[in-house]
Design a protein around this ligand. Structure first.
Ligand code: CA
Length: 417
């Protein structure tokens, strides 16, 4: 699991941070490539992949230079929790999610009934992992995974994933031409790694194929199956926001489990001041310390966490689920004087930077290296701290500096992968 988690975190990197440790690699020399492919062929055919499937899948495949370039050039960049959540849980994703939950209500009800997993959480995973199937990555899976199988420090991990990919092709579940995903091999509306797919993907529309790329029911059913297998407890909440007593300095952490009675003794209350509710061991999540929003989290938060081992990720799923259910934003503000902004406002920042002559490509709401560099340059010219962040402060400064322009463009599914 840990290997998959690392890869999943990396796959999510297109949305934000790329852990530097995963990006240290030696590019494969061109002369080594045929030898590596030959070795992979021996391994795969020794494990039940037919020579025909292997040869067809690998015919003409060359290393992906973008993956190798990313190894070399991607700087470490950590985004604050409020930026992370602002991009993943914004009004746009809530509105899209509600519309799609209506459209797929029957399938969600069926998944909820069969697996006992809250439909809002299933939908939230869908929304965060692939923007409801709109952003699934565009890289040929076989090419990416072969590149990663022949270069870098995690070749054994990626060779196993390549083997599972070849088995998908051999089974006929997903046609080769459709099998695209992220750099790291996460694919489909659920962004499963191939090995996760083999363990947990299901055929939920009954056509005999497990297709988490082309079938929404298969994707939603597979997500529900994943969460159930990760320990989801039917009918229980993931947790809820709480209020800490002033100056709280007690225990905290997702894995620091205590009873609700013990947390209550420490002075922690519901937002309205009433006693804590819920059963079973709970943790206290303080994503930005005791001065930011605080959350009591139960077993189901851990089940979401298992999907992609990061607390910020799990909180984004949990919060989006609550928003889809009709809930509001967090009651306690993040401890910052420069809050995060959603994708519509990020596109506006990008459009205003374009209007000022910064070449940052198409405004897509994804804050990449070029947008950050342009923001830093603008911040320098405006006398602001140069953090390269697309936050509230820089948006307001751009609006003040370019009052006549900067119409935010309409939402366009951005390229990713
Ligand atoms: Ca199917």
């Amino acid at each position: 699991m840990s290997g998959m988690r690392r890869a999943m975190v990396w796959a999510l990197g297109a949305l934000g941070a790329l852990p530097a440790a995963l990006l240290v690699a030696t590019p494969v020399a061109a002369s080594d490539w045929p030898a590596c492919v030959k070795e992979l062929r021996t391994i795969a055919t020794g494990k039940g992949v037919t020579a025909q499937v292997f040869d067809t899948a690998l015919a003409g495949v060359q290393p992906d230079p973008d993956i190798l370039k990313a190894f070399d050039s991607q700087p470490e960049f950590t985004i604050p929790i409020w930026d992370y959540l602002s991009g993943l849980v914004d009004d746009e994703r809530v509105a899209d999610g509600r519309r799609l939950m209506d459209q797929w209500a029957a399938v969600l009800a069926q998944a909820e009934q069969k697996f006992g997993v809250d439909r809002f959480v299933i939908a939230a995973v869908w929304g965060v992992e692939s923007d409801y199937g709109r952003i699934m990555g565009r890289r040929e899976l076989v090419r990416s995974l072969t590149t990663l199988s022949c270069s870098g420090r995690r070749q054994a991990f990626f060779r196993a994933e390549l083997l599972e990919t070849l088995r998908i092709l051999q089974s006929g579940d997903i046609p080769a031409a459709a099998l695209v995903g992220s750099w790291a091999g996460a694919f489909g509306q659920t962004q499963f790694m191939p090995s996760t797919y083999q363990r947990l993907a299901i055929d939920f529309d009954g056509d005999g194929r497990r297709d988490i790329i082309g079938s929404v029911p298969d994707a939603l059913g597979s997500t529900a199956n994943y969460l159930r297998r990760a320990g989801w407890v039917t009918g229980q909440p993931w947790g809820y926001e709480v209020r800490l007593p002033p100056g709280y300095g007690g225990p905290a952490g997702r894995r620091t489990k205590q009873s609700i009675a013990q947390w209550s003794e420490l002075g922690i209350r519901q937002l309205d001041g009433s006693p804590l509710s819920g059963n079973g061991p709970a943790g206290l999540l303080l994503p930005a310390g005791a001065k930011g929003p605080a959350f009591i989290v139960f077993r189901n938060f851990d089940a979401i966490f298992a999907y992609n081992a990061a607390e910020s990720y799990a909180l984004s799923i949990a919060h989006l689920a609550d928003r889809l259910r009709g809930g509001g934003s967090f009651a306690t503000p993040w401890p910052t004087d420069d809050p995060g902004i959603g994708r519509a406002e990020r596109r506006e920042v990008q459009q205003r930077l374009l209007d000022r002559g910064f070449d940052i490509g198409t405004p897509d709401g994804i804050i990449g290296a070029r947008t950050r560099a342009a923001i830093s340059a603008f911040q320098a010219s405006a006398g602001l701290p140069q953090d390269g962040r697309a936050g509230r402060r820089v948006l307001q400064a751009l609006r003040a500096a370019t009052p006549a322009s900067g119409q935010a463009p309409a939402a366009v599914p951005p390229p990713k992968g």
